[in-house]
Design a protein around this ligand. Sequence first.
Ligand code: AMP
Ligand code: MG
Length: 404
Amino acid sequence: MLTVEEALALVVQHTCPLAPQVCALARCLGLRLAETIVSDVDSPPYDKSLMDGYAVRSADLATGSAELRVVDEVTAGDVPHRALMPGDAARIMTGAPLPEGADAVVMIEESELLGGDPPRVRLTCPGPVRPEQNILRTGVCMRRGEEVLSPGHLLRPGDVGLLAEVGRDRVQVYPRPHVAVLSTGNELVPAGTKPGPGQIRNSNGPMLLAMAASAGAETRDLGIARDDPEELYRRISQGLESDALVLSGGVSAGKMDLIPQTLERCGVQAIFHKVLLRPGKPLWFGVHPERGTLVFGLPGNPVSSFVCFHLFVRLALLRLAGSEATAPPLRRARLAQAFQQKGDRPTWHPAALSDDGETLTAQPVRWQGSADLRALATAQGLIYFPAGTRAYEAGEEVQVLPFA
Ligand code: AMP
Ligand code: MG
């Protein structure tokens, strides 16, 4: 049986970014850039004031105080009307262009307007006014022609602002993958229905749709399919129109576990079936060779589905969206308490995580195994325990996979 590492390597090998698309600035948050962004402006585009106050010639204020003629007023969006000569000052607002001749700005709090025609102002600063005080010179933040963002960059709100500043109202990005989710099982009824004898509610469908959405995907809900070869064939064929199809149930060794054979009948090529982990051993992964659709057959037990999604599907979706990650983001943590681990397979155990800023601490939660979805309500991650029986001590280092 494949190890998790071997299975991940196969998922990585079969997952490459979707074709880039043009995206409006208002819709690109959370996507990855598929082009290099070059600034078409100097920033700032002109020498600008960082304060409301008076633009001055610093030489006039070598002692820190002076009475100057107010010869101009420059507001943001306006341009200076004249150059400053010795003894001149110009009223200036934050962000407005600096008049020629000025080399500093004195803030309004250090001024007293005296009146007259032209008006005069008394400036009283705590010390000599230094050249460059309270001004920002053209192009110090960014030069025209300079590369400011590279391909693969994940666009956050600040980046959206930067794109706007450099004139990009549309950008090439890797699009959100389209993911279809299909739950399979004769026992399943929708969440809004009271289960009859032998029935249970479909918890995986809504959960997997939520997990796909939180990995940045556009989702399509294919609902519930019965364990019937023809119905499965039809619904899987619909799902293959998406970039990825996530199925739950029907991949174990039971009589009604029809997914692997149906997928192959739909033309999906099996890459692997079964991985050495707990929960989640029956995981199935394949690719449709013509369409390129990635297909994950997750085991039906909800926590198995959840763990397999976190380890494998999420990574694949992030890679479709342009991420170069090759493994889930494991972190080191300290066990909050002693823990007795038993298991023939490497185990991913739900855990409460707390981070005091220095140390990540992981507390295994009470968990009844792969059907116990409730345990996840108090967990923020999964602790990895290698196979075997071993008593762990409080404070021992373990690997964890945080959910977020
Ligand atoms: P299977 O993988 O189809 O053999 O299902 C394994 C277990 O998971 C069975 O107890 C199923 O009833 C349960 N199960 C399967 N699909 C779902 C689902 N969508 N929601 C909740 N439980 C499920
Ligand atoms: Mg089933």
